[in-house]
Design a protein around this ligand. Structure first.
Ligand SMILES: C[S@@+](CC[C@H](N)C(=O)[O-])C[C@H]1O[C@@H](n2cnc3c(N)ncnc32)[C@H](O)[C@@H]1O
Length: 211
């Protein structure tokens, strides 16, 4: 769950899943699973798919995994894989029933460009489901979370042999505004959001393309 563009993920691809599990206290799969409840069946894109941690829970859906980091993507067992950035998807217009993206949005070069691309490739009426990390709601919880993550995240990163990469994760938590602000006024309508994890520092968001 670090954040700094694809290069940093290429450097830690062999340790990514293990460290992710530790940092999320074993909850990352449950956070993705909750979001999958809102992902339509049919042909779906996993944007920033990484090593394919969600593949096992995709069920009957036809999955396309996209990620710009080849070391991450090479560990992904999806039969359909695209080396691609969210800002420029090599897909035709209106071909997908859903887009899923977990722990990616803080790493994007451009959220508006990526949202425009997601809107373009979704069929009218289709949905995107986003999961990512942010800060909790409320000054007190934010302060507590800032203190906790400033200690815990770099410590786990040091133990994993990737101190600078995981130091960046802490910084990236403050990079974007809350999901309600981030997705307001974009090309996709924000249907609803929810919070998960300690103090609510993980969010889920469902976005819909108009008909
Ligand atoms: C924290 S990992 C998440 C991987 C996976 N989604 C998961 O849930 O474990 C973030 C992924 O986003 C990818 N990424 C970085 N910049 C991206 C971009 N502009 N467009 C799409 N994916 C990007 C990285 O290469 C990395 O694999």
């Amino acid at each position: 769950m670090t954040g700094k563009g694809p290069d940093v993920f290429s450097d830690i691809a062999d340790r990514y899943d293990r460290v992710n599990r530790i940092l999320s206290l074993g909850r990352d799969r449950a956070w993705r699973q909750r979001a999958l409840e809102f992902l339509p069946q049919g042909r779906v894109l996993d944007l920033g798919a990484g090593t394919g941690a969600v593949n096992v829970d995709m069920g009957e859906r036809t999955l396309i995994a996209a990620d710009p980091s080849l070391p991450m993507l090479s560990r992904n067992d999806s039969p359909a894989r695209l080396a691609a950035f969210g800002e420029r998807l090599p897909l035709a217009d209106s071909v997908l029933d859903g887009v899923f993206s977990a722990f990616v949005f803080r790493n994007l070069t451009s959220v508006p460009e990526t949202l425009a691309e997601i809107h373009r490739v979704l069929r009218p009426g289709a949905s995107a489901v986003i999961v990512d990390l942010t800060r909790p709601i409320g000054k007190m919880k934010q302060g507590l979370h800032r203190m906790g993550s400033a200690v815990f995240v770099p410590l786990v990163g040091r133990l994993a042999g990737a101190p600078s990469e995981y130091r960046y994760l802490n910084v990236s938590l403050d990079k974007l505004p809350s999901p309600e602000l981030l997705f307001a006024g974009g090309p996709l309508a924000l249907d609803h959001t929810w919070r998960m994890g300690p103090l609510g520092f993980v969010y889920g968001a469902v976005l819909k393309r108009g008909r």
